[in-house]
Ligand binder design. Structure first.
Ligand SMILES: *[C@@H]1O[C@H](CO)[C@@H](O)[C@H](O)[C@H]1NC(C)=O
Ligand SMILES: *[C@@H]1O[C@H](CO)[C@@H](O)[C@H](O)[C@H]1NC(C)=O
Ligand SMILES: *[C@@H]1O[C@H](CO)[C@@H](O)[C@H](O)[C@H]1NC(C)=O
Length: 410
């Protein structure tokens, strides 16, 4: 890490930035934080259908707004800031998120960094515009031609940590019709913005850890499923899972502040067995629910998962609710089974769906018949919070969830 610290320092000096004092384990620092939810929650509340929930949310318009661990930052605040950058995490903190996520991937020299996928550098950074680094990509850029889409695949494991740290974070997106790198890279969806995509500061996992610790907030690092064959140059999946825990142990972070996540049950069981203090609140991200048969199997498996020590499940939030015969939003079979087994639930992710006027797509699949305006997001959140009883909600714009959490004392 020495070279990294040195280069950070050099960059700071070169740009004239003040190197912040190490705030230590910043418990309670947020007492002084002036949480800002911005105009979006008000826009959503005004957009709601008339009724008691709208009235209640309107009654909370002047705050106070507080940091809430119900409000979980998903990749920072990537509705408007490049995901997994210092600027994005900082926006999430300002919006009152009590828990901040780093998706964890490893570099060629087996260092942990924050990226949503091991192989998304071509859509979340400017790597393709850096010829020396672009040449190292698993699949270098090929322009679109004669109806064949453009191609590129660049992985954190293609480059070293020092190389990774030279990249700029950008809004996630690409244009498969791109005939040049610049055209390919310009793919930000219309409901997001490039306003803050001015070279986002990409983060090593250790830098994220120090930043969030200094803010006195909680961590939710997700061990991303490798996209290279494991072991990678001798690096095993178990070592990768262990290295993540070791980072928190080495920094003296209490396990209660860390919600490890993985889509791979083997990672969850590894932590339960080998690092029980962390494993007992590890979050099993359940993507089995994505097909109807998988959903039924997943629901049936919940008692067994509880027996094996799994305490928190987190499927995409569509799987936690459904409509009853009167078209009311109610807890799903999956949510009921989890409650019965004493398993807590977390939902993901709000503010990834863009405009909701045509039903909201994937995340609203089981309730889409009653979704037709953006304000309906709060109707769904209310059902998740009050009926399903989720312990927290991930959001690409934590302010939306913070507003609700402050209003309902969560
Ligand atoms: C948030 O804090 C409350 C009160 O301390 C606690 O009951 C709850 O379990 C916490 N939730 C999370 C996700 O940490
Ligand atoms: C790419 O080209 C196809 C076919 O011409 C078109 O339908 C589509 O809208 C284009 N996509 C973008 C992002 O420009
Ligand atoms: C569901 O469970 C059945 C019975 O164990 C199994 O045969 C099937 O492959 C499973 N389907 C899915 C999608 O997991």
């Amino acid at each position: 890490m020495r070279s990294l610290l040195t280069s950070t320092l050099l960059i700071s000096i070169a740009t004239g930035a003040v190197v912040p004092k190490d705030p230590g384990h910043g418990q309670g620092q947020n007492k002084k934080l002036n949480v800002q939810v911005g105009p979006r929650p008000y826009f959503l509340v005004e957009d709601m259908d008339e009724g008691p929930l709208k009235k209640k949310l309107q009654s909370c318009s002047e705050g106070p707004f507080k940091v809430s661990n119900f409000s979980i930052s998903h990749r920072g605040a990537p509705l408007q800031f490049p995901e997994h950058t210092r600027e994005s995490y900082s926006a999430a903190r300002r919006e009152g998120a009590g828990i901040i996520e780093c998706d964890v991937a490893f570099t060629k020299d087996k260092k942990l960094v924050c990226r949503h996928a091991q192989c998304d550098l071509h859509t979340t950074t400017d790597i393709l515009a850096r010829p020396n680094l672009a040449a190292k990509c698993t699949t270098p850029f090929t322009p679109a031609r004669n109806g064949t889409p453009a191609q590129a695949k660049c992985c954190t494991s293609d480059i070293t940590l020092a190389e990774f740290k030279t990249l700029c974070g950008k809004m996630d997106g690409y244009n498969a019709n791109g005939t040049t790198v610049a055209e390919y890279m310009a793919g930000t969806p219309p409901y997001r913005t490039d306003l803050y995509a001015t070279c986002g500061t990409v983060m090593a996992h250790d830098e994220y850890l120090k930043l969030v610790d200094g803010w006195g907030l909680k961590f939710t690092p997700e061990l991303k499923t490798p996209e290279v064959e494991m072991p990678f140059d001798g690096y095993t999946q178990e070592q990768y899972a262990q290295d993540l825990v070791n980072a928190y142990k080495k920094a003296g972070i209490k396990p209660e502040r860390v919600f490890l996540q993985s889509f791979l049950p083997a990672d969850i069981f590894y932590w339960i067995k080998n690092e029980p203090a962390f494993g007992q609140q590890a979050v099993y991200l359940d993507e089995r629910v994505d097909t109807p048969e998988g959903y039924a199997n997943a629901t049936a498996s919940i008692p067994d998962l509880a027996k094996k020590g799994v305490r928190i499940l987190a499927p995409a939030f569509f799987a936690l609710t459904k409509l009853d015969s009167n078209r009311n939003i109610v807890p799903s079979e999956y949510a009921i089974a989890a409650k019965k087994a004493g398993i807590k639930l977390i939902g993901w992710s709000f503010e990834r769906s863009g405009f909701l006027k045509t039903g909201g797509g994937y995340y609203y699949d089981y309730v889409k018949e009653v979704i037709n305006n953006d304000g309906d997001m709060y109707t769904v959140l209310h059902a998740l919070a009050q009926q399903v009883g989720v312990m927290g909600m991930f959001s690409d714009w934590p302010a939306t969830v913070t507003y609700y959490a402050s209003c309902f004392g969560l």
